[in-house]
Design a protein around this ligand. Structure first.
Ligand code: 13P
Ligand code: ZN
Length: 273
């Protein structure tokens, strides 16, 4: 099968385009990666060419040795992914040490994977262990309201989780573990990749102060839906704060407990205090 016809590629492109139309990807902002299933790589193997050199990942991911990923390219605009997939995206293979990768398909005009490849692969490695290989998608975007909130709330997991849980009734159901928050850090480096992957041990979403968010998901829909929900909740928070400094009423802790009982979910106790 031609790579562009494979279902996982079509879903990847559709999600990238959804992110663009939602306004999460100005210019080359944001990036996306998908851990390809063994049967999916077999479907397209005839169109993969191991002719390009091995390159450093910039970190170590021995847990992902020999695995294949579809990734967006550095400097590529999400608005172009739909119509120019072969130049804006590529399939890569991780070597057996987990320290290098090579391009097998895509990046036809000489591009290479996103500068956040270390963060994507370290997050995949952590989630592979936690979810027994079920997590497949890691997504980074720049949603405007969430970034705005990083100028207004204390930069810690508790402040963000509590505020965003309270902004829309179904938020606690969608991210019952809460969300992680990192202080401002230089993007594209191993340090921010390590810090993000540590937070991914506890959460499916990690906010980067004054920058954006990383989310994980078992499917494209799960990952995109989580980002979309968090950003919508952040938009409500920003709107409420724009109108008034204080809230007249909110979703209280007893209400959160009622919700958890009704939906049979366990909300992270840390944020119920
Ligand atoms: P890339 O163009 O390298 O993917 O970087 C975009 C970005 O959002 C960095 O955090
Ligand atoms: Zn970014």
């Amino acid at each position: 099968m031609e790579v562009l016809q494979a279902k996982f590629v079509r879903q990847f492109v559709e999600m990238a385009n959804d992110g663009y139309t939602h306004g999460y990807h100005e210019r080359n902002g944001g990036n996306l990666s998908y851990w390809i299933l063994p049967e999916e790589i077999e479907q397209v193997r005839a169109h993969l060419f191991p002719s390009r050199p091995w390159m450093d990942i910039g970190t170590e991911v021995p847990e992902l040795a020999g695995e294949y990923f579809l990734v967006s390219g550095t400097g590529c605009f999400f608005r172009h992914i739909k119509d120019d997939t072969v130049n804006t995206c590529g399939i890569i293979e991780v070597d057996l040490t987990g320290e290098k990768f090579r391009i097998l398909w895509g990046f036809e005009s000489g591009g290479r994977p996103t500068s956040e490849l270390p963060a994507h692969l370290m997050n995949h490695a952590v989630k592979k262990g936690i979810t027994n290989g079920k997590n497949r998608v890691i997504y980074h975007s720049h949603p405007v309201n969430l970034i705005a909130l990083t100028f207004l709330l204390p930069l810690n997991d508790s402040a963000f989780t509590k505020e965003l849980w309270q902004m829309m009734t179904e938020c606690p159901v969608i991210f019952p573990d809460g969300i992680g928050v990192l202080p401002w850090m230089v993007p594209g480096q191993k340090e921010i990749a390590v810090a993000t992957s540590k937070k991914m041990k506890d959460y499916n979403a990690v906010v980067w102060a004054h920058h954006g968010i990383f989310v994980s998901g078992t499917t494209f829909d799960e990952a995109f839906g989580l980002c979309h929900t968090i950003e919508k909740s952040a938009e409500i928070a920003v709107k409420v704060r724009s109108v008034s400094h204080s809230k007249l009423q909110t979703i209280t802790r007893p209400m959160l407990r009622e919700l958890a009982a009704a939906f049979k979910i366990k909300l992270a106790e840390l944020f119920m205090r």
